[in-house]
Design a protein around this ligand. Structure first.
Ligand code: HEC
Length: 162
């Protein structure tokens, strides 16, 4: 009888410590282990698809956000009218900046010099547009939009569009 009760005590102890390990394991699994490799990403879109699918539509949201329109009523000022409309401009700027990260992925990196430099310039102008949208700064949108357009032209001048 004595041996049986010892076995029982030992197995209960093992069971409890087992639960302890499971809990400790679950806790450490939640915090991303240091030094773990980033998940593998696989580029899919061509540069042309990124231009037509992300860069162009988002650039146009920024270009068209602030300005004037001449109609029968005279010259009308155009600008985002509320938080939602400003957020839409900020979203477009943020997506445009991220498209720069896509241009710096895998074999989209045409070369290690001007391609990287020009993509970064393009992203910097996108960041200025994002800041202006977050600050609801109309003049900031106009000036970032102009410089953004220059950054497109600079890259297209060197890496010919087909
Ligand atoms: C870092 C370089 C780079 C920047 C910056 C850049 N582009 Fe491009 N873009 C290209 C290249 C390269 C092509 C040609 C892609 C192809 O035809 O394979 C292209 C092509 C295009 C096309 C033509 C797509 C087609 O169907 O032929 C449009 C439109 C375009 N870009 C818009 C823009 C706009 C708008 C901006 C700025 C807001 C911009 N791009 C910024 C490199 C760039």
């Amino acid at each position: 009888m004595r041996t049986v009760s010892w076995l029982f005590v030992v197995s209960v102890a093992l069971f409890i410590s087992g639960i302890g390990f499971v809990i400790a394991g679950a806790r450490s699994a939640r915090a991303a282990p240091a030094g773990e490799a980033a998940p593998v990403t696989t580029p899919v879109a061509s540069i042309k698809q990124i231009m037509n699918g992300i860069v162009m539509p988002d650039a146009y949201v920024i270009y068209n956000a602030v300005g004037t329109k001449t109609s029968a009523k005279g010259v009308e000022e155009i600008a985002p009218q509320n938080d939602e409309e400003w957020a839409a401009v900020a979203n477009a700027a943020a997506a445009l900046i991220e498209s720069g990260n896509l241009l710096l992925m895998g074999n989209r990196v045409v070369d290690k010099e001007d391609w990287i430099k020009m993509t970064r310039e393009f992203m910097d102008q996108g960041k200025l547009a994002l800041k202006a949208a977050e600050a609801k700064d109309k003049d900031g949108i106009v000036s970032a939009g102009g410089d953004l357009n220059t950054s497109c032209d600079n890259c297209h001048a060197k890496y010919q569009r087909q």
